[in-house]
Design a protein around this ligand. Structure first.
Ligand code: CTP
Ligand code: MG
Length: 185
């Protein structure tokens, strides 16, 4: 049980930190360049920027790379809980597609939010929390299905879906308190 939770958190760190990184480092030109869709609403909105996408992805990949280097030092402390071998097995492709997919999922969600008439920053429960999981998994499933299926076994995947909302809420409240987000979700 505890091993599955540790693994779920470990595997989702690069994707999970992509969005908070985008919130901290983002800004500048919006991805939709301010353009409107046929419904006369913004395509994505000012909350999706190129800088956020690029720096958020790079941050996730950097953190994942750091995890690989730190794994041999961390693993002994977790030896009783999780097979150390599991912590070091990040694929180079997944290191890129997990964070990038996470932000792609976030962008796709914003597209649908705007179509449904939600303003930038408006709360969209469930989608706001699991968009990045869906994006990370779908892109990685396309790019490196072997790695994804070997690591996200049924129980790990279910654990991710259950624990993500808890972390998501915590990070968004932190982002709000830091003044990086207009609303605490
Ligand atoms: N951000 C960014 N570029 C991205 C994603 C996020 O610059 N690709 C930054 C923006 O400053 C954004 C903040 O991170 O406002 C928080 O991200 P998020 O909650 O995903 O965006 P919202 O502003 O809530 O917009 P939306 O309603 O479209 O989700
Ligand atoms: Mg938001």
């Amino acid at each position: 049980m505890i091993d599955v939770i540790i693994l779920a958190i470990w595997l989702m760190i690069p994707a999970g930190l992509a969005n908070p990184s985008a919130a901290l480092l983002g800004g500048g030109a919006p991805i939709d360049f301010g353009k409107r869709f046929s419904d006369n609403r913004r395509i994505l909105g000012d909350g999706k920027t190129y800088r956020g996408l690029v720096l958020g992805s790079l941050s996730g990949t950097f953190i994942g790379t750091l995890q690989i280097f730190l794994a041999p030092y961390i693993a002994p402390y977790l030896a009783g809980f999780v097979d150390p071998q599991l912590l070091v097995g990040y694929s180079p492709i997944a290191l890129i597609t997990m964070p990038f997919g996470a932000l792609a999922g976030d962008i796709a969600k914003s597209f649908f939010k705007r179509r449904l008439g939600f303003e930038r920053g408006a709360m969209f429960p469930v989608a706001d929390q699991l968009d990045f999981v869906a994006g990370a998994w779908i892109l990685t499933m396309i790019a490196d299905p072997k790695w994804l299926l070997a690591n996200f076994t049924l129980w790990v995947a279910l654990t991710v879906i259950i624990i993500i909302p808890v972390f998501h809420v915590a990070f968004n409240i932190a982002g709000y308190k830091l003044g990086k987000k207009d609303v605490p979700w």
